[in-house]
Design a protein around this ligand. Structure first.
Ligand SMILES: O=C(O)CCC(=O)C(=O)O
Ligand SMILES: [Fe+2]
Length: 279
């Protein structure tokens, strides 16, 4: 099995994209409307920010979760013991954002959300009737006006040789949210677990847009759309000395959205955050 890249402008792009999501939990788009020059300037400016001491002036707020998370408080994926090798910044439009970085990152936030709403309408349009009937409201509606959607700017530092044994950039995990939208990072490493248990490279040609299903869409679709495990492996050889920057947008429904008979978006998120031990 291999992940195929889908041309966003193809006549049957929506059908192909939804089929890829259904089969692998991932969809990869080329020729999409996200401005690549904007993504590149975000990578460049935030790389400089992560290199500076200024980042420590934006330490995350534990109750609202916006701001800078240093490597020593970085996540440990569910079911793992060692921390990931990464630091990151959580951007919410209402949260702390360095003034010089604000305009570009909020433009990206807005544009990526607009595309995400369209992709959710593709998912809905290509869902079987029984699955569609289970959606309590149209999928694009679920994120409309949501204050919960999170843009994470990630910096994976170069390898030093001092890493904790077994630690990798991002240990295997599933995303909690509805869909995740991710421009290809400036370095490779992202892999998705196939049905046979093998790890596949996600095609990360610069300019591709990668979309994956999160647990909330799996829940809302009664398991029809699978939330698949993915990870970021450590670089080898010459790439060891390179940083990797990536920019996942985690689409979160409004808290009152009913996902299933068991969960609202809020009760689902709280249960997962409690399991992770972060609340
Ligand atoms: O850095 C990446 O390419 C993926 C990051 C990721 O999966 C996550 O932060 O949930
Ligand atoms: Fe992820």
């Amino acid at each position: 099995m291999k992940l195929e890249t889908i041309d966003y402008r193809a006549d049957d792009a929506a059908a192909q994209f939804v089929q890829s999501l259904r089969e692998t939990g991932f969809g990869v788009l080329s020729n999409h409307p996200i401005n690549q020059a904007l993504v590149e300037s975000i990578y460049r400016d935030w790389y400089a920010f992560f290199q500076s001491d200024d980042k420590h002036n934006y330490r995350f707020n534990p109750s609202t979760q916006d701001g800078f998370f240093p490597a020593d408080v970085s996540e440990t994926a569910k079911g793992h013991q060692v921390k990931d090798i990464k630091e990151y910044f959580h951007v919410y439009p209402w949260g702390q954002i360095p003034a010089t970085l604000k305009e570009n990152i909020l433009t990206y936030y807005r544009e990526a959300n607009a595309l995400a709403a369209e992709l959710l309408s593709w998912v809905e349009a290509h869902s079987p009737v029984e699955v569609k009937k289970g959606f309590n409201e149209p999928l694009p509606n679920m994120i409309d006006g949501s204050q919960k959607t999170l843009l994470r700017v990630l910096h994976y530092p170069p390898m030093t040789g001092e890493e904790e044994p077994g630690a990798i950039r991002a240990a295997a995990h599933e995303d909690i949210n509805l869909l995740t939208v991710l421009p290809a990072a400036n370095e490779p490493g992202l892999q998705v677990k196939a049905k046979d248990g093998s790890w596949l490279d996600v095609p990360s040609d610069f300019g591709n847009l990668i979309i994956n299903i999160g647990d909330m869409l799996q829940e809302a679709s009664g398991g029809y759309f699978p939330s698949t495990s993915h990870r970021v492996i450590n670089p080898e050889g010459m790439d060891k000395t390179k940083s990797r920057i990536s920019l996942p947008l985690f689409l979160h429904p409004r808290p009152d959205v009913v996902l299933s008979e068991r969960y609202t978006a809020d009760s689902y998120l709280m249960e997962r955050l409690r399991e992770l031990g972060v609340i």
